[in-house]
Ligand binder design. Structure first.
Ligand code: GRF
Length: 206
C-alpha cells in the first residue's frame, strides 16, 4: 500500500476527486493525510468526514519560507508518504523542500503548460486569445510550474468566455486527469527520463 499525502489551501475539489476515485476504484493506496496551510480551508471538513487525518500548518505563523517549509515537511513526513499531491496548494515552495520530494510530488496547474505558468491563468489565456486552454498534471521541480508533464486536458475557449466560465470548464477536466495521474503513480507506471514522463502500458501508435 502506498501512502499519499494531499496538500490543499481551499475548496479541495481535486482532493475530493482523488479520494473518491481511490476508494471507488480500490487503488492500492492509503490517503494518509490531508494538510492545509489555512485553518479555514473547506476541504478539511471533507477529509474529516471521510476519516482522513486532517492537519493544519498555518503559513502566516512562520516568519520565513524556510521555517514554514521545514515545519510542513515535518508534518508530512510523519505520514511516510510515497507521494505528495498538491491540490490547489497556493504556496511557492523552497528548492530544499521540492528536492526532498523529488520524483514523488505532483501538482495540477490550470493551463496547458508551458503556456501560462503562475497566477491568473484564465485571464492570461483570454488576453492571449488562445482557442484552446486546459490543465496540466506535472511532477514538481524547483522552477515554478515547469516539471515533467504527466497528463494534460484541453478545452475550447468560446466566444464571450469569462475567467469563471473557463475555470469551471477546466475544473471538470482536472477532476479526470488528476485522479488518473495519481492512479498511474500508485500503480508504479510513471517513470521520468531526461525530464520526460513515460506511462507504462499506455496504448502506443502502431
Ligand atoms: C484548481 O483549478 C487547480 O488547478 C488550481 O487551483 C484550483 C484548486 O481547486 N491550482 P480545488 O481546491 O482543487 O477545488
Amino acid at each position: 500500500m502506498k501512502n499519499i499525502v494531499i496538500l490543499i489551501s481551499g475548496r479541495g475539489s481535486n482532493m475530493q476527486a482523488i479520494v473518491r476515485a481511490a476508494r471507488n476504484e480500490q487503488w492500492p493506496c492509503r490517503i494518509a493525510a490531508v494538510i492545509s496551510n489555512r485553518a479555514d480551508a473547506e476541504g478539511l471538513q471533507f477529509a474529516a468526514q471521510h476519516g482522513i487525518p486532517a492537519e493544519v500548518v498555518v503559513s502566516k505563523d512562520f516568519a520565513t519560507r524556510d521555517a514554514f517549509d521545514a515545519a510542513l515537511q515535518a508534518v508530512i513526513d510523519r505520514f511516510a508518504p510515497d507521494l505528495v499531491v498538491l491540490a490547489g496548494f497556493m504556496r511557492i515552495l523552497t528548492p530544499k523542500f521540492v528536492e526532498h520530494y523529488a520524483g514523488r510530488m505532483l501538482n495540477i496547474h490550470p493551463s496547458l503548460l508551458p503556456s501560462f505558468p503562475g497566477l491568473a491563468t484564465h485571464r492570461q489565456a483570454l488576453a492571449a486569445g488562445v482557442k484552446v486552454h486546459g490543465a496540466t498534471v506535472h511532477f514538481v521541480t524547483a522552477e515554478l510550474d515547469h516539471g515533467p508533464i504527466v497528463a494534460q486536458a484541453a478545452v475550447p475557449v468560446l466566444p464571450g468566455d469569462t475567467e469563471d466560465a473557463l475555470a469551471e470548464r477546466i475544473l471538470v477536466e482536472e477532476h479526470k486527469i488528476y485522479p488518473q495521474s495519481v492512479r498511474w503513480f500508485v500503480e508504479g507506471r510513471l517513470s521520468i527520463d531526461n525530464g520526460l514522463v513515460s506511462i507504462a502500458d499506455e496504448p502506443q501508435l502502431a
